[in-house]
Design a protein around this ligand. Structure first.
Ligand SMILES: [Zn+2]
Length: 288
């Protein structure tokens, strides 16, 4: 190293002398000097040319995990963080299913943390954004129905967005609320086999719901309340691809609410959901 520094200094001396003799403008000094330094290691230190070749840059481990593109799985997942800010008026009505005369509010406001004070729409968004990044890092293509709280998008529109994008399946992220503060645990909602709109998606949705819920509860320790059929959800009834609602826990239960507000617990939640999605894809979408 010392030998090399001497070499650099010698080169600079030579260079300075040349410049003085030539009477060049001052602006020319820097790039010229850089060129000289770049040439030196090739001649004097062939074995250690990794880090020091360019004085203007510090190439620290350029191939870290973050910069490396994961191998694409060719699977598109739609994530739907439930609800939105109360500043967005979603009180208008829309059909509860394609062609249905039953009308429901475009998107309700959701519940909120009785102990944490966190609104459900914020918790849903926070987890969905973490999930988006974790899934993308594994090579999934991920689309979001919203990435902020101000987006005005109805439940039917959320489903249609995923249909038109050709999503392989939809994971809707919600949290539960109850009159009773004792109610706790996670559950998944899917359209039933008898649902006239999405009955044909029941087997796949149920499989997705089971793997995601079991992995989620395993990772978090949340009580497992099972996969439940529900045919009243607009965002499910409009779907043309397997779809689940994951109710991550009860925001009206002290333990669930405070757990879901905790950043390290949230990492376990996301890890559990990713594990379940991986398992579902391996068993159902491999080779597609
Ligand atoms: Zn909700």
């Amino acid at each position: 190293m010392r030998q090399r520094m001497m070499g650099v200094m010698f080169a600079l001396l030579l260079f300075t002398g040349t410049m003085l003799a030539g009477g060049c403008a001052k602006e020319a000094e820097e790039p010229e000097a850089k060129d000289l330094v770049i040439d030196l290691p090739k001649e004097e230190a062939p074995g250690e040319n990794a880090g020091d070749t360019s004085p203007g840059e510090t190439p620290e481990e350029p191939d870290s995990e973050e910069t490396q593109e994961p191998e694409k799985k060719g699977i598109l997942i739609s994530l739907d963080p439930g609800h939105q800010s109360p500043d967005v008026d979603m009180s208008a009505q829309e059909p509860n299913a394609p062609g249905s005369s039953t009308m429901k509010t475009k998107s309700t406001g959701g519940t909120s943390g009785r102990y944490s004070g966190i609104p459900e729409y914020q918790l849903n968004l926070d987890i969905a954004l973490m999930l988006r990044d974790a899934l993308a890092a594994q090579g999934y293509d991920v689309m979001m129905t919203r990435e902020d709280n101000e987006t005005a998008i109805s439940n039917a529109e959320r489903a249609t967005l995923a249909n038109e994008a050709g999503a392989d399946f939809v994971v809707r992220i919600h949290a539960n609320g109850s009159e009773s503060s004792d109610a706790n645990g996670a559950l998944v909602l899917v359209g039933s086999a008898e649902n006239p709109y999405v009955g044909s998606l029941y087997t796949q949705s149920y499989a997705l719901g089971t793997t995601v819920l079991n992995s989620y509860c395993e990772a978090t320790g949340m009580q497992n309340l099972g996969v439940q059929a529900n045919d009243t959800m607009t965002g499910i009834n409009w779907s043309q691809v397997p779809v689940i609602i994951l109710e991550m826990g009860f925001m009206t239960n002290e333990q669930d609410d405070l757990n879901m507000a905790d950043s390290s617990y949230r990492e376990k939640m996301v890890e559990g959901i990713v594990n379940g999605i991986n398992l579902y894809c391996e068993e159902n979408l491999a080779g597609e």
